[in-house]
Design a protein around this ligand. Structure first.
Ligand code: KG4
Ligand code: ZN
Length: 332
């Protein structure tokens, strides 16, 4: 029988749980978004996010099991995101998962949040590592060589802001509602990306690090001088995408890896998808994106990563603790 895993995700502001069969096939995927709750503050309030997880998580787990048509006893194990992320939010997921696993006599698996984003690419697909991965989320921007199951090598990461963080901050300065990335994308559609030549940092340096804080300063300065919002949004988005695409192309050239996958919330961005598809055609690499709905935080990607942790025989003990910072190479 196909092993069934429950995946629990509470690292930021989505309370999510899902059941996945055989690491690839989604039986249920329930997400309770806290966006309306944090909207009035213009961003995630960590303490409130943790409290919301406390009240929402068990009903979300129940609903995921109900939609999958199974009880806890039908599961092979339970996986939970234990880092990186907001510490209070992570703790709610980890402690709940421990209680469920202990109560049901099931093995528990601690899942790395960014690895889970990469596993979103394996859901409903036949992809296998080695894969060159561009990870672009609200808190992280990294190029990672996923060499084999359980083996990750970080090629580079941001030295300051993450791509999603930058888009969120610029959107906030533009008075767009949170979360800013999708709103900024919508506004950018009516703007002229060539109106401003915003900086594209570290393109003149070798290596795969990113830096977006100079771009943020330039964009905020343009806004302070009364630049039109749509043009600023379009030029800012173009600058971010240029850097992400160019560094990815260089990583393909340098590593020789011909399969590229994208993970994290910013992977939902239409311009990034389009520009990477063009690059894939020109450079001759194979490109994979998760479906839009699986780019942002969800439980299905955690359940898929749990299947892998189970296959590699890497269970966690009931002393598992949440970790706000957790390098992708380090976890299990
Ligand atoms: O992966 P994710 O759901 O949460 C983290 O792990 O951080 O990513 C959230 C980030 C936010 O910064 C959000 O603005 C961004 O993904 N995002 C987008 C789009 N959809 C979500 N950024 C650009 N374009 C989008 N369509
Ligand atoms: Zn995420």
């Amino acid at each position: 029988m196909n092993p069934l895993f429950l995946g629990i995700e509470t690292s930021c502001d989505e309370t999510a749980a899902a059941v996945v069969a055989g690491g690839r096939s989604i039986c249920s995927n329930v997400i309770f978004s806290q966006v309306p709750f944090h909207e009035r503050y213009g961003g995630v309030v960590p303490e409130l996010a943790a409290r919301e997880h406390v009240s929402r998580l068990l009903p979300v787990v129940d609903e995921a099991l109900r939609q999958a048509g199974v009880g806890l006893s039908a599961l092979t194990g339970i996986g939970v995101t234990f880092g990186p992320g907001l510490i209070g939010s992570l703790m709610v997921g980890v402690e709940t998962a421990k209680g469920l696993a202990f109560g049901a006599g099931l093995p528990l698996f601690g899942i790395h949040h960014l690895r889970a984003h990469l596993f979103a690419n394996l859901l409903e697909s036949d992809l296998q590592p080695p894969i060159l991965c561009l990870l672009v989320s609200g808190g992280h921007t990294e190029l990672v060589l996923w060499k084999a199951y359980g083996v990750y090598q970080r090629l580079g990461s941001t030295r300051d802001d993450a791509a999603g963080e930058l888009l969120d901050k610029v959107a906030r300065a533009l008075d767009l509602p949170y979360p800013g990335g999708p709103q900024l994308e919508r506004l950018a559609a009516s703007g002229d990306p060539l109106r401003f030549a915003f900086p594209r940092a570290l393109l003149d340096e070798p290596g795969f690090d990113f830096s977006f804080s100079g771009l943020k300063t330039a964009v905020l300065r343009a806004l302070a001088h009364g630049a039109p919002a749509a043009d600023v949004a379009a030029a800012c988005q173009a600058a971010v995408v240029d850097v992400l695409v160019e560094k990815t192309r260089r990583a393909v050239a340098q590593t020789g890896e011909r399969l590229v996958a994208i993970g994290g919330g910013v992977a939902a961005n239409g311009l990034l998808r389009q520009r990477l598809e063009e690059a894939a055609q020109v450079d001759g690499f194979r490109l994979h994106f998760p479906p839009i709905a699986l780019c942002t935080d969800n439980g299905a990607m955690v359940a898929a990563a749990t299947f892998d942790a189970w296959q590699r025989n890497c269970p966690a003990s009931l002393t598992l603790t949440a970790a706000a910072d957790l390098p992708i190479e380090s976890a299990g």
